[in-house]
Design a protein around this ligand. Structure first.
Ligand code: UDP
Length: 347
């Protein structure tokens, strides 16, 4: 029976790949089954965003049957949407009877200016949205992954911060729409896991950056914003004294950890930091970007952000041993690739 179903699924996928104009490697791999191609299906919310794009690209290259739900509220339509099943919807309004092997909930507004200006949408995608995705995973008997955030730690007093640190968060402050809803989602996911015995993975990414990261005006995160300011010879706007730190993780490192975590048959820990422990102050970052772009920009200080965490650094002890993974791309190397991408974009 299983063999028959697998054969039918196999034939369907083959036709599907041909119809989509899938890469020849995918089609060849279907014909030669021992190649490293996975025929599983995955549903990704926010699959058109920065993290989503890279993840979807990886899944397509591995032969996954990919479905994306995204309302395009924070991203421009990407070329990959032609190669997947795409629902242009807010995640809270999404409903399907389809079954998936993996469900990944990425949809979110990670840029502070953006979530502060749309706090209700931010909370809804991390509450109703999480529920919709959890229910879809539960009905599918799928492995569920959530991109939580290092924001759950708030203004951490333990650095580097391990997964066991409970956080120091203002529950009704200006960033609470993001960090408290991320925390709420984590609680809901663990409730589902305890009550329904689901396979869940919660990752806490730390300031991921790289090509394709959103750079439009004030909605960009610090790296794309500084790069664009430098390339346009505008002042680099450092908020406050610039002595606050972040630990930036290059997208390729994030991707390798995410794939390992999601596809692992079993995990010792359901919550993992996916980040870097190499801290840099925002002021040092600004100097580095000016130097690397050979820009004539000045660095200026602007008003400090409210509730801006002073330091951020990931304790990687657990993720290193659980996933046999470490970040390998240095900030300089990652910035080089990112600057190159932004230069090509603006030419
Ligand atoms: N930042 C800055 N100037 C900017 C944008 C951001 O100094 O134009 C600082 C911000 O205050 C924070 C850090 O850079 O301390 C990282 O900000 P980002 O928006 O990337 O995200 P966060 O890590 O705060 O979620």
């Amino acid at each position: 029976m299983t063999l028959k179903r697998n054969k039918a699924k196999f034939r369907l996928k083959f036709i599907y790949c041909l119809q989509l104009g899938a890469k020849p490697i995918v089609i060849i791999s279907i014909l030669i089954p021992h190649l490293d191609i996975d025929m599983s299906s995955v549903l990704i919310s926010g699959g058109n965003g920065f993290l989503g794009y890279h993840l979807v690209e990886k899944f397509i290259s591995k032969g996954f049957d990919v479905t994306i739900v995204d309302d395009l509220s924070t991203s421009k339509r990407s070329d990959l949407l032609e190669k997947v099943t795409f629902y242009n919807k807010r995640i809270e309004d999404f409903n399907t009877d389809e079954k998936f092997d993996y469900v990944v909930h990425l949809a979110a507004r990670p840029s502070p200016e953006d979530y502060i200006s749309s706090p209700v949408e931010t909370i809804l995608s991390n509450s109703y949205g999480t529920r919709v995705m959890l229910e879809t995973a539960r009905k599918s008997n799928a492995t569920f992954m959530y991109t939580s955030s290092s924001e759950v730690y708030g203004n951490a007093s333990v650095l580097p911060t391990p997964e066991t640190y409970y956080g120091y968060v203002n529950p009704n402050g200006i960033r609470s729409c993001y960090d408290e809803s991320k925390r709420f989602s984590e609680a809901m996911i663990m409730a589902y896991r305890r009550q329904y015995n689901m396979k869940v993975r919660i990752q806490r990414p730390f300031n991921v950056y790289g090509p394709r990261i959103r750079e439009d005006g004030i909605y960009g995160r610090v790296i794309p914003r500084f790069i664009m300011q430098a390339l346009e010879n505008k002042d680099l706007t450092v908020h406050g004294d610039g002595l606050q730190t972040r630990s930036f993780l290059y997208i390729e490192d994030w991707l390798s950890a995410t794939m390992k975590f999601l596809l692992a048959n079993s995990v010792s820990h359901e919550v993992l930091n996916i980040g870097s422990d190499s801290e840099i102050t925002v002021f040092e970052l600004a100097k580095l970007i000016v130097e690397m772009t050979k820009s004539g920009s000045k660095i200026v200080h602007t008003e400090a952000r409210e509730d801006d965490p002073r330091r951020r650094s990931a304790d990687l002890t657990i993720v290193k041993s659980d996933l046999d993974w470490s970040p390998v791309v240095s900030v300089r190397e990652g910035l080089q690739k990112t600057i190159k991408w932004f230069r090509m974009r603006s030419e």
